[in-house]
Design a protein around this ligand. Structure first.
Ligand SMILES: [Fe+2]
Ligand SMILES: [Fe+2]
Length: 475
């Protein structure tokens, strides 16, 4: 186990002080990062002491420590999982060769692009979530939001370390550009579509952390297989932090369901208007938000057929989800995979070379994982005795990337004409009225142990603290 050196300006377990040039470059970037945080980080949070976990080790048993800190004093740093001695490349054309500690010249441009694209999502989500603190449904939830925000900041550090250490001047320029793009900015937006969408309310936030942070998990898992060892080790450690983000999303939606079902039973109604009047979010509205976030997120995996995906895999830059657990030749030449296309007004499968379909392979693995959580949400509804089930929409629904972009498909997977789409879209995707209603529900509740009316308290607090623990001290 490598312990983390906290006596330096930048906490790290990579012996940063032995590489003066890199240390200077990162110490030069650090104040720009703090400026970015001050400029576009969580609104109104500067004075608060927040009960945060900070990484203090990469040992899976006890890697984190909890305590009240001001967020801008959070010890953002550089933590890599320990190197595996004699690690071999386990997929692609270089299968069986030694993993790389330096970037091979011929893969430099592609690796840089992969790292920049991943890095760009991290500050983007902080920007998307920056106003949510003003409408937190509880102190507990506010603390979780802030925890996610500081960790996304650390994930940016993780990618910036790779850029600055391994990509010379280009890397330094990319590191700076990561602080300059802004989510939703017309002139200088974030790289990926879903990271330019607003996260205007807490229902969107919980859906985002459930679905979109899970995209993060799958991308990180694929990168943790990389032949480029520093990338593999960095992303492995990021995954330990990511688990909490998805927990916040999953438990957040569960608690909303619990509260809605409770009120449905008290009022003996499933009438959306009556439930809204009682200040809870009706189940069909939750379904529409789910449809939106699911479809926007699966677009993040990219086009169903992609020669880039094939190149990234064959050259060893990015593996499949759980590459090491699969029993095939890990090269995939001459193998096929099914993708969807529309022929004569119907969705049909077609076989394409698997190497070109690796985006679709990762998307399908993601879909399996996210549907499992939808099943757990349905248990909450079932337990309340209410005959309603949430479902993930068909993967062709509401797509904007790949062969299905712009094709009109219902959530149950039928290609529909314009008229049917327009007649039903208000049942399938959140309407302006839905968003206005959810927006109007949002109001700040931050007394310890108090919760907004539309969400149930959690079963337990953070780090075995009580639910009414003072997670945040407002100064
Ligand atoms: Fe992240
Ligand atoms: Fe995350």
């Amino acid at each position: 186990m490598q312990s983390i050196n906290y006596s330096e300006k930048i906490p790290n377990n990579v012996n940063l002080s032995e590489d003066r040039t890199l240390q200077r470059a990162l110490e030069g970037w650090q104040p720009n990062f703090i400026d970015w945080w001050d400029d576009i980080g969580p609104d109104g949070s500067t004075q608060s002491d927040v009960y945060l976990r900070t990484a203090v080790s990469v040992d899976p048993q006890g890697w984190a420590q909890f305590g009240h800190v001001k967020m801008r004093d959070y010890r953002w740093g550089i933590f890599l999982n320990p190197a595996i001695e004699d690690r071999k490349i386990h997929f692609g054309d270089h299968l069986g060769e030694n993993a790389w500690n330096e970037v091979p010249g011929e893969y430099r441009a592609n690796l840089r692009r992969i790292i920049v694209t991943q890095g760009d999502t991290e500050p983007a989500s902080v920007e998307q979530q920056r106003h949510l603190g003003l409408t937190a449904p509880s102190m507990y939830d506010l603390r979780n939001l802030y925890q996610i925000n500081v960790e996304e900041g650390r994930h940016l550090w993780a990618m910036v370390y790779l850029l600055q250490k391994h990509f010379g001047r280009d890397g330094r320029e990319e590191a700076q550009a990561l602080l300059e793009r802004r989510s939703g900015d017309e002139n200088n937006p974030r790289i990926l579509g879903a990271f330019n969408e607003a996260t205007p309310d807490w229902l969107s936030f919980f859906m985002f952390t459930y679905f979109t942070d899970r995209d993060g998990k799958f991308q990180l898992c694929a990168l943790s297989e990389s032949a480029f060892d520093p990338l593999a080790r960095t992303t492995k450690f990021m995954l330990t932090e990511e688990a909490h983000h998805m927990f916040v999303g999953e438990s957040g939606i569960s608690r909303i369901l619990q509260r809605t079902c409770q009120v449905m039973n008290e009022l003996k109604t499933d009438d959306a208007q009556k439930l809204r009047a009682a200040g809870v979010i009706d189940l069909p509205t939750l379904q529409r938000y789910l449809n939106f976030h699911f479809s926007v997120t699966i677009d993040l995996f990219g086009a169903d057929e992609s020669s880039n995906a094939a190149t990234f895999y064959s050259s060893g830059l990015k593996g499949r989800y759980e590459e090491g657990k699969r029993n095939d030749d890990h090269q995939l030449r001459g193998q096929f995979y099914k993708v969807l296309e529309v022929r004569e007004g119907r969705l049909v499968e077609k076989e394409v070379p698997m190497l070109n379909a690796l985006n679709e392979v990762l998307r399908d693995d993601y879909i399996k994982d996210s549907i499992a959580g939808v099943g757990r949400w349905n248990k909450v509804i079932e337990k309340a005795g209410i005959p309603f089930q949430l479902t993930a929409p068909h993967k062709a629904f509401h797509r904007n990337i790949g062969a299905l972009a712009g094709v009109k498909v219902s959530p149950d997977g039928r290609v529909v004409n314009d008229a049917e789409w327009h007649a039903n879209v208000a049942h399938w995707l959140p309407t302006d009225q839905d968003r206005a209603f959810v927006g109007a529900l949002m109001g700040r509740v931050v007394e310890p142990g108090k919760f907004a009316n539309w969400i149930a308290p959690p079963a337990m607090g953070i780090n075995r603290q009580a639910v009414d623990f003072e997670y945040i001290r407002f100064n």
